[in-house]
Design a protein around this ligand. Structure first.
Ligand code: ADP
Ligand code: MG
Length: 573
């Protein structure tokens, strides 16, 4: 007996729906995309029970005429492409003509729509694969209502997550579209409560402010990069603003939210040591490519796209982010908590910007003036600029005043940054200088440590430790890297432990990690410093390429601006 059946359309649709409609959030995604493609500037998403019982998307877009309304729920029915050639010039979010047919096959579905040309709207319903259309009075635009999702596929229904989880996914979808569509008003309503809304704005930045709020927005820097291959623009966070997950990372290719290893690797690599381990920058980055440089038709939900020249994309995004981080001041704000304080009296500051930490002494005044003059004539890279040293707190923090306000430098983190850059400079030139110990030291290790050390002798020599084997598990330490100053054999122990955790094969990344580690370990804590030494430290810090973070990503300096101080002391009128 023959075994093969040709499946009917209804069943084919249900199978196809499995790819497009994974969960309630995928319905929201498809409907919102359709509204954006229809040039709506108001999109309202209302859901009940995490979308399980109701999803309604209302837009004020172009709407559909009667004939189109009838066709739109058919499989492979789309107004967005006509032929194969179009597949490589896609400017719209949709083009597969599958969403409405899929969604309507797995739910209780209705669509109401009207164009501005028509007097009467159309209401479309799909029952058991049959499309019914009737007249209805309605506003211009489209309303799609999806009830009882997966009601006819119990197996799918069972796999939906709890309401809050499903709603979380939806919220994520709506936010991503809202962030990039600056001119569109979005509203998300869950169980009759408004959970989220965005404003119609004219700039991406204003839009981010309206969605993420001012606190986040003020810690963002702008990215604007253009070549004949790509345009990269948007906003990324300063190292002071990071998250412990990637939730607030929004990458788009031609306005389409995407997930891409190439893009995120380029961004993370550009931040490099500015980020702490396991911390993630906030980003809203739009990557504009020629439509023929990218294939969006490789994944049913189109969240993953294929860029043909990934290497180039990586390089240019890396440059874009790097340029923006370097050209912006990366000094973090000291965010003092001002809740719980009441304004007692207002002391307006004189408008000629008197120094908060009044400079009384004539000699000191002169010095500030001199430094300012040097600073003005100095190199453009200088970012701390002329400063006046104020003192040291807890043998750890150096206080200084510069033209922005109060500067607090973590002397250890600063020293680490200085040492790291100096060291890397020598290392790259293969010219690491060593400093001989006054008396070579015999150091004893246990058998396992000795193994690690033997396996890494060559590497340790390259980074300036002159060590020789001296018996089974003893070694002679003759010299250490000069950059580290006077260090004792303890540093060699620490290095061996770090190396044992890292495995025997050392690649460039690991080398850097170990060098960062060594720089860190070579810093002595709690050192009382003389005034000239502190001044020298800040001056040297200012000359580094990345003065404001240590190689491990912690801040080396924070500044409290004058306006900030004025606000904290309630001097603001
Ligand atoms: P696709 O978006 O891939 O074309 P869909 O199944 O999502 O496929 O939609 C089918 C067609 O229905 C679209 O091409 C569009 O012409 C029309 N359509 C869908 N939603 C809307 C809407 N909100 N406003 C106007 N037209 C719409
Ligand atoms: Mg669509």
């Amino acid at each position: 007996m023959p075994k093969i059946n040709v499946l009917d359309d209804n069943l084919i649709n249900k199978i196809a729906a499995g790819e497009v409609v994974e969960r309630p959030a995928s319905v929201v995604k498809e409907l919102v995309e359709n509204s954006i493609d229809a040039s709506a500037d108001e999109i309202i998403v209302e859901v009940k029970d995490g979308g399980k019982s109701l999803i309604r998307v209302t837009d004020n877009g172009e709407g559909m005429e009667r004939e189109d309304a009838k066709l739109c729920v058919e499989r492979h029915a789309t107004s967005k492409i006509k032929n194969v050639g179009d597949l490589f010039f896609i400017g719209s979010l949709g083009f597969r003509g599958e969403a409405l047919s899929s969604i309507s096959s797995v739910s209780d579905f209705s669509l109401i729509t009207k164009t501005h040309k028509d007097m009467e709207g159309s209401i479309v319903k799909v029952e058991n694969g049959e499309v019914k259309v009737n007249d209805i009075g309605c506003s211009n635009g489209t309303i799609v209502e999806v009830k009882d999702l997966f009601g006819n596929i119990p197996a799918r229904k069972k796999f939906m997550k709890p309401i809050q989880t499903e709603f979380g996914y939806m919220m994520d979808v709506v936010m991503r579209y809202a962030l990039i569509n600056k001119g569109v008003f979005f509203k998300l309503v869950h169980n009759d409560k408004i959970v989220f809304s965005s404003q119609k704005t004219t700039s991406l930045f204003d839009n981010i402010v309206s969605i993420y709020g001012k606190d986040i927005a003020k810690n963002l820097v702008k990215v604007f990069y253009k070549s004949n291959y790509v345009r990269v623009y948007g906003h990324i966070s300063k190292p002071a603003l990071t998250r412990n997950d990637r939730q607030q990372q929004n990458f788009y290719i031609n306005n389409r939210p995407i997930k891409s290893k190439v893009v995120s690797n380029a961004v993370y690599d550009a931040y490099h040591t500015l980020l702490h381990i396991d911390r993630h920058p906030v980003a809203v980055l739009n990557i504009k490519l020629n439509p023929d440089s990218v294939d969006v038709n490789v994944h049913p939900s189109k969240r993953i796209v294929k860029v043909f020249d990934e290497e180039r994309l990586y390089k240019e995004i890396f440059d874009a982010v790097r340029d923006s981080l370097y050209s912006n001041e990366l000094i973090p704000d000291a965010r003092l908590d001002d809740r719980g304080y009441n304004t007692v009296r207002k002391y307006p500051l004189q408008t000629d910007k008197q120094s908060v930490l009044a400079v009384k002494d004539e000699a000191v005044k002169k010095k500030v003036a001199e430094r300012a003059a040097v600073g003005a004539a100095g190199e453009a890279k200088e970012r701390i600029g002329p400063f006046l040293l104020l003192g040291q707190v807890s043998k750890t923090y150096i206080l200084a005043e510069n033209n922005k306000g109060l500067l607090i430098v973590d002397q250890h983190a600063a020293q680490e940054r200085i040492n790291y850059e100096r060291f890397m400079n020598e290392y790259k030139k293969k010219a690491v200088r060593s400093q001989s110990l006054v008396k070579p030291r015999v150091v004893n290790f246990n058998a396992a440590e000795a193994e690690v050390l033997k396996g890494n002798l060559e590497f340790l020599n390259r980074i300036g430790f002159v060590v020789e084997s001296y018996g089974a598990s003893s070694f002679i330490l003759r010299a250490t890297p000069s950059v580290f100053g006077d260090v004792n054999a303890g540093l060699l122990f620490d290095m061996v432990h770090e190396l044992s955790g890292i495995g025997s094969v050392i690649d460039a990344e690991k080398e850097k990690k170990i060098i960062r580690f060594a720089c860190r370990k070579s810093i002595k804590a709690g050192e009382e410093m003389t005034v000239p030494l502190m001044e020298k430290l800040i001056e040297e810090l200012d000359k580094t390429e990345q003065p404001f973070t240590c190689p491990h990503g912690r801040p080396t300096a924070i500044s409290i601006s004058l306006p900030e101080l004025e606000r904290k002391f309630k001097r603001v009128v």
